[in-house]
Ligand binder design. Structure first.
Ligand code: VGL
Ligand code: ZN
Length: 204
């Protein structure tokens, strides 16, 4: 079985959102088409409480982009985003969410961020995604969505480390690019870890 993992295509990561990824909306039609080609589609949803430790607003004197230590881990501070039960946390209306077989929520613990769809950043808690994929006999995963340099990257790294044959579809992702070149560096890092890039045109 092969599964498509659709990472965080939520309003706050789209143009106009709180943590907008440039051109993030431009991948949606490709993702919609890709979902029709897979046996199983799993979506991840960044789902933070409003007092989440990754929000700059919850740290006196800090601003988005600053780095702090949060319970022993390095943490980039972000604008408030994907707050539970807000419009920003909803999936884009343009996304064919009826195609989702499962939604995995992450980032719910105020003390630790969770970029990967599999584990939190300290690898302490598991979201249940691995068990879900195993129970459906998935051996191959393709990762798409937002953002290439954070949640897509860490989801793909965990997938390959968990033993899945893991592909990234670079043209169905967009990066935050806090530093210029983060998109390319993320793809290079993924390739070095055994994740294979696969263009959407090869699947559609
Ligand atoms: C993400 C930063 C903070 C992502 C989530 O989905 O890539 N990035 N939270
Ligand atoms: Zn987040």
């Amino acid at each position: 079985m092969k599964a498509l993992i659709v990472v965080d295509i939520q309003n706050d990561f789209l143009p106009g959102g709180a943590l907008a990824v440039k051109d993030g909306d431009q991948i949606i039609s490709t993702v919609n088409e890709l979902m029709h080609k897979f046996d199983l589609v799993v979506a991840t949803q960044d789902w933070h409480p409003k007092d989440h430790g990754s929000f700059a607003s919850n740290h006196n004197g800090r601003k988005a982009g600053d780095e702090i230590e949060l319970y022993g881990l390095n943490q980039i501070l972000w604008p408030d985003h994907c707050v539970q039960n807000t419009h920003g946390a909803e999936f884009s209306e343009k996304l064919e969410i009826t195609r989702f077989d499962k939604v995995v929520r992450k980032g719910t613990d105020i003390l630790i961020d969770s970029y990967s769809g599999f584990f939190d950043n300290g690898r302490k808690k598991d979201t249940g995604l691995n068990d879900y994929l195993k129970s459906h006999h998935v051996e191959v995963v393709f990762v798409v969505g937002l953002a290439t340099d954070y949640c897509v990257k860490f989801t793909a790294i965990d997938a390959v480390e968990l033993g899945y044959r893991t592909f990234i579809v670079p043209d169905a992702t967009k990066a935050v690019n806090l530093q210029q070149g983060d998109f390319e560096r993320s793809i290079d890092e993924l390739v070095s870890k055994g994740v294979r890039p696969f263009d959407s045109s090869e699947l559609l």
